[in-house]
Design a protein around this ligand. Structure first.
Ligand code: FAD
Length: 353
C-alpha cells in the first residue's frame, strides 16, 4: 500500500483519489477551500465528453476509453452523472468525410445528421453534422458531490478541506501553516493555479459561458437534444443541452482570451459578445439565467494540455480546456500506473515552490 497526497479537489484530484483508494492505497486530498470547491474549474452544471475527435484517431480511442471509465464511475457512485445524449459536430462535406474515416479507424460509431433535424440550432452555412453517440453530458457538480461523499466514507481516505498548500517537494506537500504531509506519490491537480505550485509554465485563458432557459414550447425538444460543437459564424461556438437539473449552456472560443491571473479584471463586455453570437434560432425567446467566466491553462510551449511528471514522486496537472473534465479518468489511470515506481528514493526532498 502506498500513500498518495492529492492537492486540489476538482475532477482530476477526486477521480485520482477514487482510483487510488480502489487500488488499495491510502489517500489524502487537500484543498484550500471546501471539498468539492465551488470555486474550482470543475464546479459547473455540466461538461461535455466528446468521444469522436474528427481528425484524431488516437484521441478518439482514448476518449472512448474515458467514456467507459465514466460509466464505471457512475456505477461505483450509484449516482446518475452521465447523460448519454451524444454530441453533434458541424462540418463541411470534406470535414465530415474525414470524421467518418476517423470513426471507422478508431472503431467507434458515427452517423450523419442533417441540420434540419436540429431546428433550434443554427448551423453555419454549408455544413452538416456528424453524430457521436458515445459523446455525453457529464453532470459535473453532481459528480463532484457524489465523489466527495464516496471518498469521505472510505476508510483509507482523508479529506482535508481548508488546507492551502504553499509548496511541493519530492514526496511532500507543505501547507501554509508550516505543517507537512509526506507521501509516496504527490499529485498537484490545483487547476489553473497548478503552475504556481509546480509544473511547467502555462498560459492562462478565461472563457465566458452563458446559461439559458429555453422557451416553454421547446422544453421537450431540448430534453433529449445532443451537445453541438463547431457552430457559430466562425465555427468556434458550442452548446450543451439542458437536462438533469442543468440549464442550456452556450460558449465560444471567440470569447476566450489570455489573462495574466485568474483575478485580472476584464476590460471588455465578453458576455454581450457571446450572447450576440448566432448560435440559436429565435434566441430572443431564451431567458439568460446566468453568465460565468471559467479559466483553463495550456502548456506555454505546445498550447496543449499539461500532465507532467516533474519528479519521480510528483505529478502536476494544470486545468486544461476542452476535455480536461472528460479525460480525468485517463489522467488518474496514468498516475495510478506509476505508483509502484514512485515509492522510490525519498532522499531528494528539495522544495520546488
Ligand atoms: C469555459 C470552459 C469550458 C470547459 N468545458 C469542458 C468540457 O465541456 N468538457 C471537458 O472535459 N472539459 C472542459 N473544460 C475543462 C475542465 O473543466 C477542466 O480541465 C477541469 O475541470 C479541471 O479540473 P481540475 O480538477 O484539474 O482543476 P480544478 O477543478 O480547477 O480544481 C483545482 C482545485 O485545486 C484547489 N487549489 C488550487 N490551489 C491550491 C492550493 N495552493 N492549495 C490547495 N488547493 C488548491 C482549488 O481550490 C480547486 O478546488 C472547460 C474549461 C473551461 C474553462
Amino acid at each position: 500500500m502506498a500513500t498518495v497526497a492529492v492537492v486540489g479537489a476538482g475532477v482530476t484530484g477526486l477521480v485520482t483519489a477514487i482510483e487510488c483508494a480502489r487500488a488499495g492505497h491510502r489517500v489524502c486530498v487537500l484543498d484550500r477551500g471546501p471539498v468539492p470547491n465551488p470555486a474550482s474549474t470543475s464546479a459547473d452544471q455540466h461538461r461535455v465528453l466528446r468521444v469522436l475527435r474528427p481528425d484524431d484517431v488516437d484521441g478518439t480511442v482514448r476518449m472512448a476509453e474515458a467514456r467507459r471509465r465514466w460509466s464505471e464511475l457512475e456505477a461505483l457512485l450509484r449516482t446518475s452523472v452521465v447523460r448519454p445524449v451524444g454530441v453533434v459536430t458541424a462540418g463541411t462535406a470534406e470535414e465530415l468525410e474525414r470524421a467518418f474515416g476517423t470513426a471507422g479507424r478508431a472503431g467507434v460509431p458515427a452517423t450523419a445528421v442533417a441540420p434540419d433535424t436540429l431546428p433550434p440550432v443554427l448551423f453555419p452555412a454549408g455544413t452538416g453534422g456528424v453524430f457521436d453517440p458515445g459523446g455525453a453530458v457529464l453532470l459535473a457538480d453532481r459528480f463532484l458531490h457524489a465523489a466527495a461523499a464516496w471518498l469521505a466514507a472510505h476508510p483509507a481516505v482523508t479529506l482535508r478541506p481548508g488546507c492551502p498548500v504553499a509548496g511541493i517537494g519530492d514526496h511532500r506537500v507543505r501547507l501554509t501553516d508550516g505543517s507537512v504531509v509526506d507521501a509516496d506519490l504527490v499529485l498537484v491537480a490545483a487547476g489553473p493555479w497548478t503552475a504556481a505550485l509546480a509544473g511547467p509554465p502555462v498560459v492562462l485563458h478565461r472563457q465566458t459561458m452563458a446559461y439559458l432557459r429555453p422557451p416553454r414550447h421547446l422544453a421537450a425538444w431540448w430534453a433529449s437534444a445532443p451537445g453541438v460543437g463547431r457552430i457559430g459564424p466562425d465555427r468556434r461556438a458550442w452548446l450543451l443541452p439542458p437536462g438533469g437539473g442543468a440549464l442550456l449552456k452556450i460558449s465560444s472560443d471567440a470569447v476566450c482570451r489570455e489573462v495574466a491571473t485568474t483575478a485580472e479584471p476584464d476590460g471588455e463586455p465578453w458576455a454581450d459578445r457571446l450572447l450576440a453570437e448566432p448560435i440559436l434560432a429565435g434566441a430572443e425567446a431564451y431567458t439568460v439565467v446566468a453568465v460565468r467566466d471559467c479559466h483553463y491553462a495550456a502548456d506555454a510551449g505546445t498550447g496543449g494540455p499539461v500532465l507532467a511528471r516533474i519528479r519521480p514522486s510528483v505529478w502536476a496537472r494544470s486545468a486544461c480546456g476542452g476535455s480536461g473534465f472528460g479525460a480525468a479518468p485517463l489522467v488518474a489511470r496514468e498516475i495510478l500506473g506509476t505508483i509502484g515506481n514512485a515509492a522510490v528514493s525519498k532522499a531528494n526532498d528539495k522544495e520546488c515552490a
